[in-house]
Ligand binder design. Sequence first.
Ligand code: PMV
Length: 335
Amino acid sequence: MQTRCATAVACPNIAFVKYWGNRDDELRLPANGSISMNLAGLETRTSVAFDAALERDAFTLQGIPQTGEALARVSAHLDLLRARGDSAWKAKAASESNFPAGAGIASSAAGFAALTVAAAAALGLNLSARELSILARRGSGSASRSIPHGFVEWYAADRDEDSFAESIAPPDHWPLVDLIAVVDAGHKKVGSAEGNRLARTSPYQEARVMDAPRRLLLCRRAVIGRDFATLAMLIEEEARMMHQVMRTSTPPLDYLEDSTRDLMRSIPQWRAGGLPAAFTLDAGPNVHCICPENAAPEAERRLREQPGVRRILIGRPGPGARVVAVDGAGNGRAP
Ligand code: PMV
Protein backbone atom coordinates (compact mmCIF):
# COMPACT_ATOMS: atom_id res chain seq x y z
CA MET A 1 0.00 0.00 0.00
CA GLN A 2 1.39 3.40 -0.91
CA THR A 3 0.38 5.89 1.73
CA ARG A 4 2.12 8.45 3.76
CA CYS A 5 0.51 10.24 6.67
CA ALA A 6 1.24 12.71 9.40
CA THR A 7 -0.63 14.39 12.22
CA ALA A 8 -0.07 17.94 13.44
CA VAL A 9 -1.50 20.05 16.22
CA ALA A 10 -2.00 23.83 16.23
CA CYS A 11 -3.58 26.41 18.54
CA PRO A 12 -5.84 29.21 17.38
CA ASN A 13 -4.63 32.73 18.07
CA ILE A 14 -6.21 35.98 19.23
CA ALA A 15 -5.11 39.12 17.40
CA PHE A 16 -4.16 42.19 19.44
CA VAL A 17 -3.61 44.21 16.22
CA LYS A 18 -6.12 42.88 13.70
CA TYR A 19 -5.83 41.52 10.19
CA TRP A 20 -8.85 42.65 8.23
CA GLY A 21 -8.69 43.09 4.46
CA ASN A 22 -6.14 42.08 1.87
CA ARG A 23 -3.94 43.96 -0.55
CA ASP A 24 -4.11 40.78 -2.67
CA ASP A 25 -7.08 38.47 -2.14
CA GLU A 26 -5.71 35.64 -4.24
CA LEU A 27 -2.40 35.44 -2.34
CA ARG A 28 -3.96 36.60 0.95
CA LEU A 29 -1.43 39.36 1.33
CA PRO A 30 -2.84 41.44 4.20
CA ALA A 31 -3.55 45.16 3.97
CA ASN A 32 -1.69 45.66 7.27
CA GLY A 33 0.57 43.75 9.65
CA SER A 34 -0.89 42.16 12.77
CA ILE A 35 0.16 40.86 16.20
CA SER A 36 -1.38 37.97 18.10
CA MET A 37 -1.05 35.48 20.92
CA ASN A 38 -1.40 31.73 20.39
CA LEU A 39 -4.00 30.12 22.62
CA ALA A 40 -2.86 26.99 24.45
CA GLY A 41 -5.77 24.99 25.84
CA LEU A 42 -7.60 25.28 22.54
CA GLU A 43 -6.31 22.94 19.90
CA THR A 44 -6.92 21.55 16.43
CA ARG A 45 -5.47 18.17 15.53
CA THR A 46 -5.29 17.35 11.82
CA SER A 47 -4.17 14.16 10.11
CA VAL A 48 -3.38 14.01 6.42
CA ALA A 49 -2.90 10.71 4.58
CA PHE A 50 -1.71 10.89 0.97
CA ASP A 51 -2.68 7.69 -0.78
CA ALA A 52 -1.72 6.59 -4.31
CA ALA A 53 -5.04 4.73 -4.65
CA LEU A 54 -7.36 7.68 -3.91
CA GLU A 55 -9.17 9.35 -6.79
CA ARG A 56 -10.10 12.51 -4.94
CA ASP A 57 -9.42 14.34 -1.71
CA ALA A 58 -11.66 13.78 1.28
CA PHE A 59 -11.97 15.93 4.38
CA THR A 60 -13.76 15.33 7.67
CA LEU A 61 -14.33 18.02 10.29
CA GLN A 62 -15.21 16.78 13.78
CA GLY A 63 -15.84 13.38 12.14
CA ILE A 64 -18.34 14.78 9.62
CA PRO A 65 -17.46 14.37 5.91
CA GLN A 66 -17.32 17.77 4.20
CA THR A 67 -18.41 18.61 0.67
CA GLY A 68 -18.75 21.79 -1.43
CA GLU A 69 -16.82 24.88 -0.41
CA ALA A 70 -15.24 23.45 2.76
CA LEU A 71 -13.78 20.50 0.86
CA ALA A 72 -12.77 22.67 -2.12
CA ARG A 73 -10.83 25.04 0.16
CA VAL A 74 -8.92 22.20 1.81
CA SER A 75 -8.28 20.55 -1.54
CA ALA A 76 -6.95 23.80 -3.03
CA HIS A 77 -4.62 24.11 -0.05
CA LEU A 78 -3.40 20.53 -0.48
CA ASP A 79 -2.72 21.40 -4.15
CA LEU A 80 -0.25 24.07 -2.99
CA LEU A 81 1.57 21.50 -0.86
CA ARG A 82 1.43 18.83 -3.57
CA ALA A 83 3.00 21.33 -5.97
CA ARG A 84 5.83 21.89 -3.46
CA GLY A 85 6.28 18.15 -2.99
CA ASP A 86 5.92 17.27 -6.65
CA SER A 87 3.16 14.80 -5.74
CA ALA A 88 -0.11 13.93 -7.44
CA TRP A 89 -1.44 11.70 -4.69
CA LYS A 90 -4.84 12.62 -3.33
CA ALA A 91 -5.35 12.74 0.42
CA LYS A 92 -7.73 12.08 3.27
CA ALA A 93 -7.63 14.87 5.83
CA ALA A 94 -9.35 14.71 9.20
CA SER A 95 -9.54 17.62 11.60
CA GLU A 96 -10.80 17.72 15.19
CA SER A 97 -10.93 20.75 17.48
CA ASN A 98 -11.77 21.08 21.14
CA PHE A 99 -13.58 24.40 20.53
CA PRO A 100 -16.53 25.43 18.30
CA ALA A 101 -15.72 26.24 14.64
CA GLY A 102 -16.74 29.42 12.85
CA ALA A 103 -17.75 31.45 15.89
CA GLY A 104 -14.99 34.03 16.15
CA ILE A 105 -12.44 31.73 17.76
CA ALA A 106 -10.14 31.65 14.76
CA SER A 107 -10.92 28.05 13.92
CA SER A 108 -9.54 28.55 10.42
CA ALA A 109 -6.22 29.75 11.86
CA ALA A 110 -5.61 26.56 13.85
CA GLY A 111 -7.15 24.44 11.09
CA PHE A 112 -4.99 25.69 8.23
CA ALA A 113 -1.85 25.83 10.38
CA ALA A 114 -2.31 22.17 11.40
CA LEU A 115 -3.26 21.14 7.85
CA THR A 116 -0.15 22.82 6.40
CA VAL A 117 2.23 21.28 8.92
CA ALA A 118 0.67 17.80 8.69
CA ALA A 119 0.60 17.80 4.87
CA ALA A 120 4.20 19.06 4.62
CA ALA A 121 5.38 16.33 7.01
CA ALA A 122 3.40 13.64 5.19
CA LEU A 123 4.97 14.69 1.90
CA GLY A 124 8.41 14.59 3.48
CA LEU A 125 8.97 18.30 2.77
CA ASN A 126 11.64 19.89 4.86
CA LEU A 127 10.27 23.42 5.13
CA SER A 128 11.42 26.23 7.40
CA ALA A 129 9.00 27.86 9.87
CA ARG A 130 8.90 30.85 7.53
CA GLU A 131 7.91 28.73 4.53
CA LEU A 132 5.24 26.97 6.60
CA SER A 133 3.86 30.33 7.74
CA ILE A 134 3.72 31.58 4.13
CA LEU A 135 1.91 28.42 3.01
CA ALA A 136 -0.51 28.50 5.97
CA ARG A 137 -1.29 32.14 5.10
CA ARG A 138 -2.56 31.04 1.69
CA GLY A 139 -5.17 28.82 3.39
CA SER A 140 -6.31 31.42 5.89
CA GLY A 141 -4.47 34.65 6.66
CA SER A 142 -4.54 34.30 10.42
CA ALA A 143 -3.19 30.73 10.11
CA SER A 144 0.23 32.22 9.31
CA ARG A 145 0.33 33.42 12.94
CA SER A 146 -0.44 29.98 14.42
CA ILE A 147 2.82 28.53 13.03
CA PRO A 148 5.36 30.27 15.34
CA HIS A 149 5.08 30.12 19.13
CA GLY A 150 3.90 32.55 21.78
CA PHE A 151 3.39 36.19 20.80
CA VAL A 152 3.59 36.59 17.05
CA GLU A 153 3.83 39.30 14.40
CA TRP A 154 2.72 38.76 10.80
CA TYR A 155 4.29 41.14 8.30
CA ALA A 156 2.37 42.82 5.51
CA ALA A 157 4.26 42.82 2.21
CA ASP A 158 3.69 43.00 -1.54
CA ARG A 159 5.36 39.69 -2.34
CA ASP A 160 4.28 36.20 -1.34
CA GLU A 161 7.70 35.33 0.06
CA ASP A 162 7.85 38.41 2.32
CA SER A 163 4.53 38.02 4.14
CA PHE A 164 5.04 35.57 7.01
CA ALA A 165 4.75 35.53 10.79
CA GLU A 166 7.49 35.35 13.41
CA SER A 167 7.57 35.02 17.15
CA ILE A 168 8.26 38.28 19.01
CA ALA A 169 8.21 36.64 22.48
CA PRO A 170 7.95 33.04 23.72
CA PRO A 171 4.81 31.74 25.52
CA ASP A 172 6.34 32.10 28.99
CA HIS A 173 7.19 35.76 28.40
CA TRP A 174 3.91 37.10 29.82
CA PRO A 175 1.28 35.09 31.72
CA LEU A 176 -1.84 36.52 30.10
CA VAL A 177 -5.15 34.69 29.97
CA ASP A 178 -7.81 34.88 27.27
CA LEU A 179 -11.23 34.17 28.80
CA ILE A 180 -13.45 33.63 25.78
CA ALA A 181 -17.03 34.42 26.70
CA VAL A 182 -19.08 32.37 24.25
CA VAL A 183 -22.34 34.19 23.70
CA ASP A 184 -23.25 32.31 20.55
CA ALA A 185 -21.53 29.14 19.40
CA GLY A 186 -23.45 29.04 16.11
CA HIS A 187 -21.72 29.25 12.74
CA LYS A 188 -21.26 32.80 11.52
CA LYS A 189 -23.27 34.05 8.55
CA VAL A 190 -20.43 35.55 6.55
CA GLY A 191 -17.08 33.82 6.98
CA SER A 192 -13.92 35.86 7.51
CA ALA A 193 -12.52 34.92 4.09
CA GLU A 194 -15.51 36.60 2.43
CA GLY A 195 -15.53 39.43 5.01
CA ASN A 196 -11.87 40.17 4.29
CA ARG A 197 -12.74 40.75 0.65
CA LEU A 198 -15.37 43.33 1.64
CA ALA A 199 -13.06 45.38 3.89
CA ARG A 200 -11.96 47.70 1.10
CA THR A 201 -15.56 48.78 0.47
CA SER A 202 -15.61 50.63 3.81
CA PRO A 203 -14.34 54.23 3.73
CA TYR A 204 -12.87 53.63 7.21
CA GLN A 205 -10.58 50.86 6.02
CA GLU A 206 -8.03 53.21 4.47
CA ALA A 207 -7.69 55.16 7.72
CA ARG A 208 -7.39 51.91 9.71
CA VAL A 209 -4.64 50.59 7.41
CA MET A 210 -2.75 53.92 7.23
CA ASP A 211 -2.62 54.11 11.03
CA ALA A 212 -1.55 50.47 11.46
CA PRO A 213 2.24 51.10 11.80
CA ARG A 214 1.56 53.29 14.87
CA ARG A 215 -0.60 50.61 16.50
CA LEU A 216 1.87 47.84 15.65
CA LEU A 217 4.69 49.78 17.30
CA LEU A 218 2.59 50.40 20.43
CA CYS A 219 1.56 46.78 20.58
CA ARG A 220 5.06 45.40 20.04
CA ARG A 221 6.34 47.65 22.84
CA ALA A 222 3.45 46.74 25.16
CA VAL A 223 4.06 43.01 24.63
CA ILE A 224 7.83 43.20 25.02
CA GLY A 225 7.52 45.48 28.07
CA ARG A 226 4.56 43.56 29.58
CA ASP A 227 2.64 46.85 29.73
CA PHE A 228 -0.95 45.78 30.36
CA ALA A 229 -2.43 49.30 30.58
CA THR A 230 -1.25 50.14 27.05
CA LEU A 231 -2.22 46.73 25.69
CA ALA A 232 -5.71 47.07 27.18
CA MET A 233 -6.43 50.43 25.50
CA LEU A 234 -4.93 49.26 22.23
CA ILE A 235 -6.82 45.98 21.87
CA GLU A 236 -10.17 47.60 22.63
CA GLU A 237 -9.45 50.34 20.07
CA GLU A 238 -8.50 47.66 17.53
CA ALA A 239 -11.67 45.68 18.08
CA ARG A 240 -13.87 48.78 17.77
CA MET A 241 -12.06 49.93 14.61
CA MET A 242 -12.33 46.55 12.92
CA HIS A 243 -16.03 46.21 13.69
CA GLN A 244 -16.59 49.78 12.47
CA VAL A 245 -15.05 48.77 9.12
CA MET A 246 -17.24 45.65 9.06
CA ARG A 247 -20.43 47.59 9.84
CA THR A 248 -19.68 50.14 7.10
CA SER A 249 -18.77 47.65 4.36
CA THR A 250 -21.01 47.03 1.38
CA PRO A 251 -22.89 44.85 2.18
CA PRO A 252 -22.53 45.66 5.88
CA LEU A 253 -21.40 42.98 8.30
CA ASP A 254 -22.63 43.01 11.86
CA TYR A 255 -21.25 40.13 13.88
CA LEU A 256 -22.19 41.50 17.29
CA GLU A 257 -25.03 40.41 19.57
CA ASP A 258 -26.64 42.36 22.42
CA SER A 259 -24.61 40.35 24.94
CA THR A 260 -21.42 41.26 23.03
CA ARG A 261 -22.26 44.96 23.35
CA ASP A 262 -23.03 44.57 27.06
CA LEU A 263 -19.59 43.06 27.63
CA MET A 264 -17.94 45.79 25.54
CA ARG A 265 -19.41 48.25 28.06
CA SER A 266 -18.79 46.23 31.25
CA ILE A 267 -15.16 45.17 30.80
CA PRO A 268 -13.74 48.74 30.48
CA GLN A 269 -15.80 49.64 33.60
CA TRP A 270 -14.23 46.75 35.51
CA ARG A 271 -10.83 48.10 34.47
CA ALA A 272 -11.74 51.62 35.60
CA GLY A 273 -12.68 50.03 38.94
CA GLY A 274 -9.22 48.43 39.27
CA LEU A 275 -9.55 44.97 37.67
CA PRO A 276 -6.97 44.66 34.87
CA ALA A 277 -9.03 43.22 32.02
CA ALA A 278 -9.72 44.28 28.45
CA PHE A 279 -11.85 42.97 25.61
CA THR A 280 -11.15 42.13 22.03
CA LEU A 281 -13.24 40.51 19.30
CA ASP A 282 -12.71 38.46 16.19
CA ALA A 283 -15.16 38.13 13.31
CA GLY A 284 -17.90 36.90 15.60
CA PRO A 285 -19.99 37.80 18.64
CA ASN A 286 -17.86 36.10 21.31
CA VAL A 287 -15.85 38.35 23.58
CA HIS A 288 -12.21 37.65 24.35
CA CYS A 289 -11.47 39.05 27.80
CA ILE A 290 -7.70 39.39 28.14
CA CYS A 291 -6.21 39.74 31.60
CA PRO A 292 -3.06 38.95 33.57
CA GLU A 293 -3.10 35.52 35.23
CA ASN A 294 -3.64 36.95 38.73
CA ALA A 295 -6.81 38.78 37.64
CA ALA A 296 -8.27 35.79 35.77
CA PRO A 297 -10.29 34.19 38.62
CA GLU A 298 -12.14 37.44 39.38
CA ALA A 299 -12.65 38.28 35.68
CA GLU A 300 -13.98 34.78 35.06
CA ARG A 301 -16.38 35.06 38.01
CA ARG A 302 -17.74 38.37 36.67
CA LEU A 303 -18.06 37.02 33.12
CA ARG A 304 -20.10 34.07 34.39
CA GLU A 305 -22.56 36.51 35.99
CA GLN A 306 -23.16 38.34 32.71
CA PRO A 307 -26.45 37.58 30.96
CA GLY A 308 -26.01 35.76 27.65
CA VAL A 309 -22.61 34.20 28.47
CA ARG A 310 -23.14 30.51 27.81
CA ARG A 311 -19.70 29.16 28.29
CA ILE A 312 -16.14 30.29 28.91
CA LEU A 313 -13.18 28.85 27.04
CA ILE A 314 -9.73 29.55 28.39
CA GLY A 315 -6.53 30.12 26.42
CA ARG A 316 -3.03 30.94 27.63
CA PRO A 317 0.08 31.90 25.60
CA GLY A 318 0.65 28.81 23.53
CA PRO A 319 3.13 26.87 21.40
CA GLY A 320 3.43 26.95 17.64
CA ALA A 321 2.11 24.31 15.25
CA ARG A 322 3.93 21.00 15.46
CA VAL A 323 4.03 17.50 14.02
CA VAL A 324 2.94 14.84 16.50
CA ALA A 325 3.15 11.71 14.32
CA VAL A 326 4.48 10.64 10.92
CA ASP A 327 3.99 7.19 9.48
CA GLY A 328 3.20 5.17 6.40
CA ALA A 329 5.11 3.59 3.59
CA GLY A 330 6.10 5.21 0.29
CA ASN A 331 7.20 8.80 -0.13
CA GLY A 332 3.92 10.51 -1.05
CA ARG A 333 5.30 11.41 -4.45
CA ALA A 334 3.68 10.42 -7.67
CA PRO A 335 5.17 7.13 -8.85
O1 PMV B 1 -7.64 34.53 8.52
P1 PMV B 1 -9.08 34.65 8.77
O2 PMV B 1 -9.90 34.47 7.57
O3 PMV B 1 -9.50 33.75 9.90
O4 PMV B 1 -9.36 36.17 9.26
C1 PMV B 1 -9.64 36.45 10.58
C2 PMV B 1 -9.41 37.84 10.90
C3 PMV B 1 -9.77 38.21 12.34
O5 PMV B 1 -9.83 37.08 13.17
C4 PMV B 1 -11.12 38.90 12.39
C5 PMV B 1 -8.71 39.16 12.86
C6 PMV B 1 -7.37 38.53 13.05
O6 PMV B 1 -6.38 39.22 12.84
O7 PMV B 1 -7.29 37.36 13.47
